[in-house]
Design a protein around this ligand. Structure first.
Ligand SMILES: [Zn+2]
Length: 191
């Protein structure tokens, strides 16, 4: 068995032994949702004070307001009653380190993990790549604040999102753990 698989299953055994959340309902008790990045340094349960059953946390690379993220948010409100939403991007996000073109080129060369040398991405192994990546919008961004503003705006303008839902725009600082507001995003997202 892989070491990681072993570790996860053993951690879960411990979790089960002290588990007392078996009677929670499907709708989030605190009626809010967070859209944020999948970055391993972000732990929304900790930085936003969540317990099981409290809130929806929707995560993808960058915390971007993709069609699929919006699908989840609309379900979150329409069927499960959330009334306030957060868009939280973060400092030092990997999505600022490449572009659609770079990703397509890297994947065309090889599917093995690429290495970032602090300046550019390189494939240590070449061969067996795929050109499939050229059809995907990887939703990278250059400007962190602007990406929060753009995503809040995209959600706000979606015809399936009621005007009564406030959407707050924040940046999580990976050095301090602090949430920093992007006032222009929150203004656009106001209900
Ligand atoms: Zn990120």
């Amino acid at each position: 068995m892989s070491q990681i698989l072993n570790e996860v299953l053993s951690a879960n055994e411990n979790y089960v032994q002290q588990f007392d959340k078996g009677s929670l309902q499907i709708p989030p008790a605190r009626q809010f949702a967070i859209l944020t990045c999948m970055d391993a340094r972000l732990d929304p349960a900790k930085f936003a004070g969540l317990s099981e059953g409290d809130a929806h946390v929707i995560r993808n690379a960058g915390g971007r307001a993709s069609d699929d993220a919006i699908r989840s948010l609309v379900i979150s409100h329409k069927l499960l009653g959330t009334k306030e939403w957060f868009v939280i991007h973060h400092t030092d996000c990997g999505m600022q380190l490449f572009t659609n073109e770079i990703m397509h080129e890297l994947l065309s060369e090889s599917l093995e993990t690429a290495v970032f040398d602090g300046n550019q991405w390189k494939n240590p192994v070449k061969g067996n790549g795929s050109s499939f990546g050229q059809y995907i919008n990887w939703l990278t961004f250059k400007n962190l604040e602007q990406s929060v503003i753009d995503d809040v705006e995209r959600i706000r303008k979606c015809p399936l999102v009621p005007k009564t839902i406030p959407i707050y725009g924040y940046i999580y600082d990976v050095r301090s753990g602090k949430l920093i507001e992007v006032p222009k995003a929150t203004e656009i997202g106001s209900s």
